[in-house]
Design a protein around this ligand. Structure first.
Ligand code: SF4
Length: 422
């Protein structure tokens, strides 16, 4: 690929990254993008000219090959490789996203106060000033077009685009399913139903409204607006999140319609990224009322389908403590259904969340061991169990010890849930 050098900058307008998401222990970039390198930093830009990643080339960054990544909603995450022994054991990933906003506190927020990160943001603004001074006219094509696009995407424009993105879907996505880690959280969100069934007392991400499926025209409007929003970068997208909190309860007809239209309108077939995936949340009621025909339909979609079910606990006392209006018997039945579906439908994977936290009744942990060990005759590699930390996790060491104890007993893969918004 051609590299242009000017004013201390190496400009590479067209780079090719991996064409599928990989779990590897060194930094990987995906799809098509452009890059500007200085002696201290590597800046990655998507095909619209929006800053996408920043990586250091010196100091603390160099040893650990960590990087910053910007979302379509204009948040930044710091992908950390080190400092947390056994990050892969805890999260299933080699790099852990550390966030600059309120979330669970297992993996730190302090990264954004570090000098490397402050310097990186400063350096990005400097790059914009230098490019402005150089001017795109001084550059040969296609560097001129690439730089022109970058100069259009000032911090103020990116902020405005973040708001426009949220405007399309009706507000920020308060939480993504944990399974979206498989695509480094790169999903296009489409809200097919608002609200949820239970409005549990403990939940920090609920909308507080009753469950309501969106009209088909609204789903179509979102898809067309999202296609326009992603623009030239659409070819890098191959995965979709159906929001908000219980898309599975929207039912087979709505899911089939929305998935078909998403695949068509978002031109997933043309994506340079292989292995498209569809993510959604579901509830115990949703999985129990969905007949096999719904899972057959999902299984036949041109996506790998990931459904994350919030079970929270198999213990009546804990469910009451959480103010989750669900009987323990229903949780047990939903878990059995999840295991059954995971074994019968190759392209559908259902995972489940259970809570962890300091104040929970002593009967909670035995109840989830009873679900995820005693009900299974051997280890199954499909159907992750995510331990979702509550607001009060108490001591981090105690929580990680509890996690490790559970993981040793669990007959399904077990990880911690890192809450990430979009
Ligand atoms: S845990 Fe799930 S069902 Fe309960 S309030 Fe939160 S989003 Fe709704």
């Amino acid at each position: 690929m051609t590299v242009y050098s000017i004013s201390g900058l190496e400009i590479e307008p067209e780079k090719r990254g991996a064409d599928r998401y990989l779990k590897i222990s060194y930094p990987m970039r995906y799809g098509r993008f452009g890059e500007i390198r200085t002696k201290d930093h590597i800046f990655g830009f998507n095909r619209n000219g929006e800053i996408r990643t920043i990586q250091g080339r010196s100091g603390g960054w160099l040893e650990t090959a960590e990087w910053l990544k910007r979302t379509a909603g204009n948040d930044w995450a710091y992908f950390s490789a080190g400092g947390y022994n056994g990050a892969h054991n805890y999260t299933g990933e080699y790099y852990v996203p550390c966030l600059d906003y309120q979330t669970n506190t297992i993996f730190g927020r302090g990264k954004f106060q570090s000098p490397e990160v402050t310097d990186a943001f400063h350096a990005w603004r400097e790059i914009l000033e230098r490019l402005e001074t150089v001017g795109s006219n001084a550059l040969p094509e296609p560097a001129a077009r690439f730089v022109g696009r970058i100069l259009d995407m000032t911090p103020a424009v990116l902020e405005k685009r973040g708001r426009a993105f949220h405007g399309v879907i009706g507000g920020p996505v308060s939480v993504l399913p944990p399974d979206t880690r498989h695509v480094e959280y790169d999903v296009i969100p489409v809200i097919i139903a608002d609200g949820c069934l239970y409005n549990c007392g403990f939940c920090r991400v609920k909308s507080g409204t009753g469950f309501k499926v969106r009209p088909r025209e609204n789903i179509l409007d979102q898809l067309h607006a999202l296609k326009r929003f992603y623009g030239r970068d659409l070819i890098n997208c191959n995965s979709v999140f159906f929001g908000a909190h219980d898309a599975l309860f929207a039912g087979g007809d709505t899911l089939s319609f929305a998935a078909g239209k998403a695949f068509e309108i978002l031109e997933i077939e043309k994506s340079v990224m292989k292995q498209p995936r569809l993510f959604m949340f579901g509830s115990a009621d949703a999985i129990l009322r969905s007949e096999d025909s719904v899972f057959s339909m999902l299984n036949s979609l041109p996506f790998l389908v990931h459904i994350n079910i919030g079970l929270e606990s198999g213990d009546p006392e804990t469910l009451a403590f959480l103010e989750k209006p669900l009987a323990a018997e229903k949780v047990n039945d939903a878990f059995s259904r999840m295991v059954d579906i995971n074994q019968r439908f190759a392209n559908v994977e259902i995972s489940a969340n259970v809570v962890v936290g300091e104040d929970l009744p002593g009967s909670h942990l035995p109840s989830i061991v009873s679900l995820a060990r005693n009900r299974l005759d051997h280890f199954y590699p499909k159907g992750d169990i995510y331990l979702s930390p509550l607001e009060n996790i108490g001591s981090k060491e105690r929580l990680l010890a509890e996690f490790n104890q559970f993981k040793r007993l669990c007959r399904l893969p077990a990880y911690l849930y890192l809450i990430q918004r979009l």
